[in-house]
Design a protein around this ligand. Structure first.
Ligand SMILES: Cc1ncc(COP(=O)(O)O)c(C=O)c1O
Length: 472
């Protein structure tokens, strides 16, 4: 096999940088566009990646603060992963999962089941996170139909949630602005309060807030009736909602209410699985949960190939096999379900995680959190929160009221612009900056990352003062 770097595919694309930006503004629709620039938008061109760094179209090297979209867990340019994709494609690039199968998908399912908590023993593969959530929900609908509980279909979700961009998964989303201009399957979804301690009512403790959330959940089940509720879907840590770490013990209490009412607990680990919190799955190891299903994507291949999936309880499958409707079909499957190249790269990615990267992530995480926490000394910063290698810096106009709204809502983008100049890509989210670098980041690199972020926020504070929109 020729050395992979000899072919330089990414480098070739990178060299046509000017053309690419020009072409994009004429032909490319980027995700999450606004109407005023849809189909005509130039975003920062990225030409190369290496370790925790990426290089932009001007040749500027940046720390990849969000690790792509929470996914480049083992870092960019891992030759082992590139090689295994090449080798698998040369051996078998694809087979129909409708009536054939391949070995990498079966082997990966076994290894995922070994890591999964409780009785989660079977894997259904998808192409990413949205299709994983969609699959879990359609499976809930199917099993309830087969079991003769056609009314038990409502889905409980929460403010601050992000579960995807397909119709049903997007209907669960609870972040501000996501649904302003979009339709959804509202009749199927019931939204509960965001478990965000930073935005809890003033004067109540975190414990009291947790009690409120649990009581709200319990009452909702009582009012609607458990016979109408099929599932609860929740991220252990709400990621794109701003790295919302829920109050201690709250998730376990919700799990128990679900169990008592035969409501399936779907833990959406699209972000938290495969190392972000130092374990393959966080539900069991970090939160003491045994969900009925776990959805995953992103870090399963470290973003090298689009793959996701759902790990499903063996008990649920056993119940299906024993039902009175052996011919009832789960009419659900994607062309790329169980893709051999995706599963092969996921196996190698899992080797890398198990062979040291998970341990490294656990070891370096407290340092990462502690260093970022020092940013709370800046007057614009209301809170720095997080767990493992995911964190959020939330800016506020006024630290007494924690009010984000008086402040220019694009403050995250302002910070990102300064940080880009200084060598760091930030994930701006309205008034927040989310940080979730590749798990291989070292202490020294964390120092650099935090120093740049500090300077980026300081420059933003100067701008806001000069413009007269903030006097903190
Ligand atoms: C928790 C969670 N679930 C689902 C999704 C959707 O995944 P995808 O974009 O791969 O469809 C995301 C994406 O960020 C996510 O954060």
């Amino acid at each position: 096999m020729a050395a992979l770097r000899d072919t330089k595919p990414a480098g070739d694309f990178g060299r046509h940088g000017d053309d690419a930006v020009d072409l994009a503004t004429r032909h490319l629709i980027q995700p999450w566009p606004v109407a005023g620039s849809a189909g005509a938008e130039a975003r920062a061109l990225i030409g190369e990646g290496d370790g925790i760094h990426i290089t932009d179209g001007d040749g500027k090297r940046l720390i990849d603060g969000p690790a792509g979209m929470w996914c480049i867990n083992v870092g960019h340019r891992r030759e082992e992963l590139a090689r295994v994709m090449y080798e698998q494609a040369m051996q078998l690039s694809y087979n129909t999962p409708w009536y054939t199968m391949n070995a990498p998908s079966a082997e990966l399912a076994r290894r995922i089941a070994d890591h999964a908590p409780g009785d989660l023993s079977h894997v259904f593969y998808t192409t990413g996170g949205s299709s994983a959530v969609e699959t879990a929900l359609r499976f809930m609908q199917f099993t309830n139909n087969v079991r003769g509980r056609r009314e038990k279909k409502l889905i409980l979700s929460r403010g601050g949630a992000y579960h995807g961009s397909t119709y049903l998964s997007a209907s669960l989303n609870g972040r501000p602005r996501d649904r302003d201009w979009m339709d959804g399957a509202d009749g199927l979804v019931v939204k509960l309060t965001a478990p965000n301690p930073f935005r809890r009512p003033t004067g109540i403790s975190r414990e009291t807030f947790a009690d409120f959330l649990v009581e709200e959940f319990r009452q909702t089940v009582e009012e609607i009736g458990a016979e109408r509720i099929g599932a609860f879907v929740g991220e252990p840590i709400q990621a794109s909602g701003g790295v919302i770490v829920p109050p201690d013990g709250y998730l376990k209490r919700i799990r128990e209410i679900c169990r008592a009412n035969d409501i399936l607990y779907i833990s959406d680990e699209v972000v938290t699985a495969f190392g972000r919190l130092g374990h393959v799955f966080a539900s069991g190891e970090v939160f003491g949960l045994d969900p009925d299903m776990i959805t995953f994507a992103k870090g399963v291949t470290s973003g090298y190939f689009p793959l996701g999936g759902v790990v499903i309880s063996g008990r649920l499958l056993e119940e299906l096999r024993r039902s009175n409707h052996p011919d009832a079909m789960f009419a659900h499957g994607l062309t790329y379900t169980s893709h051999p190249v995706g599963c092969a790269v996921a196996l190698k990615n899992l080797d890398l995680l198990e062979d040291g990267i998970l341990a490294h992530a656990r070891e370096v995480a407290p340092y990462f959190q502690a260093r970022l926490k020092t940013l709370e000394g800046l007057p614009l910063v209301g809170e720095v929160r997080g767990m493992g290698l995911m964190a959020c810096v939330e800016c506020v106009a006024d630290r007494d009221s924690n009010n984000p709204l008086e402040l220019d809502n694009a403050v995250g983008k302002r910070i990102d612009r300064h940080c880009h100049e200084l060598g760091l890509l930030v994930r701006p989210l309205i008034n927040m900056c989310v940080m979730s670098p590749p798990l291989i980041i070292t202490r020294e690199q964390i120092d650099t990352m935090v120093a740049i972020l500090r300077e980026g926020i300081s420059r933003t504070m100067d701008d806001l003062r000069k413009e007269g929109v903030w006097d903190g």
